[in-house]
Design a protein around this ligand. Structure first.
Ligand SMILES: Cc1cc2nc3c(=O)[nH]c(=O)nc-3n(C[C@H](O)[C@H](O)[C@H](O)COP(=O)(O)O)c2cc1C
Length: 263
């Protein structure tokens, strides 16, 4: 990723509520991703003018601390940490985030009411990931500074509503006054423009960044993502916790196990 020279920083001419909220040049957010987005990816994205995010979900607490420290050493620019509120160590993660002085937190997979005020009291900017207008409103009421509206196309865990990005973004933009970041199926400039036309003020990209050099994902996984075509993923585990998977042998095993469970 190419870093902007410091003399150009802040002068690229694009400014909206999202660039101002995070202090970034481009309203492009690299999604926090379990196993894939450590300090290398987060700092590279921040150094290139977007917002890099460390995905804490797969990390032991001391590993998260190490990644935050390495990220601080690798960039002087803003970066964030994603905390999925469903993993066992998330409260320890929040303690570390506060201790290490992280300024931006993206929470996901949980209730925004519980943790937003705790983080806000420490002066942290809080963004919550939602997949419906109802939870966008709840996030706004909880005091979140912005929401990520993540549609059905998204990689990783998915909302139960199965609302597509095309339908979700305008609905969420209507429902709340805080800025909306669009996610799910966005991987290039044309898709980003479409999201902005629908009222989003920023975009969060996961699958596009998971295949980049700086991501800590395995090279075989990166190649699978790069070589996958339209129709090569499917939503699995709909009853338990919906997740988008590549249609490979592992998917077949999961699919079989689900069918067996339903018999
Ligand atoms: C491999 C992978 C891991 C992910 N892990 C997380 C995670 O730990 N926390 C989270 O909030 N979202 C996670 N996501 C979802 C992303 O944050 C993002 O919203 C989503 O990837 C956007 O859709 P896209 O993949 O079409 O760009 C993950 C996505 C992928 C592809």
């Amino acid at each position: 990723m190419t870093a902007l020279s410091s003399s150009f920083r802040g002068t690229v001419g694009f400014s909206n509520r999202i660039t101002k909220l995070f202090g970034i040049d481009y309203p492009i957010i690299q999604a926090g991703m379990i196993w894939a987005s450590g300090w290398k990816l987060a700092s590279a994205v921040s150094n290139a003018g977007g917002l890099g995010i460390i995905g804490s979900g797969s990390m032991y607490p001391d590993v998260l601390r190490e990644h935050i420290r390495k990220c601080k050493a690798a960039t002087i620019l803003p970066f964030g940490v994603n905390v999925p509120l469903l993993y066992p160590a998330f409260d320890k993660h929040i303690d570390i985030i506060i201790e290490e002085g992280v300024k931006i937190v993206f929470t996901s997979a949980g209730n925004p009411k519980t943790w937003t005020s705790v983080l806000k009291e420490k002066g942290i900017t809080v963004v919550h990931v939602i997949s419906s207008s109802k939870f966008a409103k709840k996030s706004e009421e909880a005091g979140c500074d912005a929401v990520v509206a993540e549609g059905f196309e998204a990689g990783g865990h998915n909302g139960r509503e199965e609302t597509t990005t095309m339908v979700l973004i305008p609905a969420v933009v209507e429902a709340v006054k805080i800025p909306v970041i669009a996610a799910g199926g966005i991987a290039n400039g044309r898709q980003m423009l479409a999201a902005m036309v629908m009222g989003a003020e920023g975009v969060q990209l996961g699958s596009r960044f998971v295949a980049s050099e700086e991501a800590s994902s395995h090279i075989n996984f990166k190649n699978e993502v790069i070589n996958s075509k339209e129709g090569d993923t499917k939503l699995a585990m709909k009853e338990l916790t919906p997740v988008r998977l590549l249609k490979n042998d592992f998917f077949k095993e999961v699919d079989e196990a689900e069918k067996e469970e339903q018999r």
